[in-house]
Design a protein around this ligand. Structure first.
Ligand code: SF4
Length: 217
């Protein structure tokens, strides 16, 4: 009996039934010249048939053998699997921005990117109300305003699209991180396995959720 090495998190079998795809998650979508050079080197080394940007600001490497997908993931400068945090350029670059979207995204990624949860979590962080990072259709979304962050929960852009509901507004970055932690703690404690936040929030009701999080006091 052969013991095949376990696949890295987030690696999936492709429709041909024999090759695999790995998707990496650069925190807040930021990539350096060194990262690009390393990735190009790996694509050549493992003869990756296709590389594609995903809708969630990740990079997908498609059509790899089991052996090569393991080696590629091990050598990648970014993790595979886990939750992803999609962010716009925010106050670093965008003239419309009112908040530091990439800064918040980076911290969220570090704190929650690999957190075990009932189901996957997608986060969208936009530096202003133009909402370029699709914050209203993400499990957790933040939108920057001149008075602070608005936080939304329970959004989804999938098979049953749902607009996220506003949990709080005028949050400092520190308070935004604290509330995100509290929401995720409650979600992890109460949501059954595989229940996405869209169903969780809809079932609980936004008012009840606010009360449980101490937001109506
Ligand atoms: S959401 Fe606002 S700050 Fe972010 S890229 Fe779009 S316009 Fe710029």
């Amino acid at each position: 009996m052969t013991h095949e090495k376990q696949l890295p998190p987030g690696v999936i079998l492709q429709r041909d039934g024999k090759t695999f795809a790995a998707r990496i998650t650069p925190p807040s979508g930021r990539i350096s010249a060194q990262d690009l050079e390393k990735m190009a080197e790996l694509v050549r080394t493992y003869e990756v048939p296709a590389v594609k940007l995903t809708s969630g600001q990740r990079i997908g490497f498609y059509g790899l053998s089991r052996e090569n997908v393991n080696a590629l993931c091990e050598a990648m400068p970014f993790r595979t699997g886990g939750h992803y945090v999609q962010a716009c350029p925010g106050t670093d670059w965008c003239k419309f921005a009112t908040q530091d979207a990439m800064g918040l995204a980076q911290t969220l990624e570090e704190k929650f990117g690999s957190l075990p949860t009932s189901a996957k979590i997608k986060l969208g962080i936009s530096g202003c109300t133009f909402c370029c990072a699709e914050s209203r259709v993400r499990d957790i979304g933040f939108i920057g305003t001149p008075k602070g962050w608005r936080m939304f929960v329970g959004g989804n852009s999938g098979m049953k699209p749902r607009i996220g509901e506003e949990l709080a507004k005028e949050l400092s970055t520190q308070k935004a991180l604290g509330l995100c932690q509290k929401f995720l703690d409650l979600y992890c404690e109460m949501a059954p396995a595989k229940q996405r936040t869209s169903r969780f929030v809809k079932k609980m009701g936004i008012q009840s959720l606010k009360e449980r999080l101490g937001l109506n006091l």
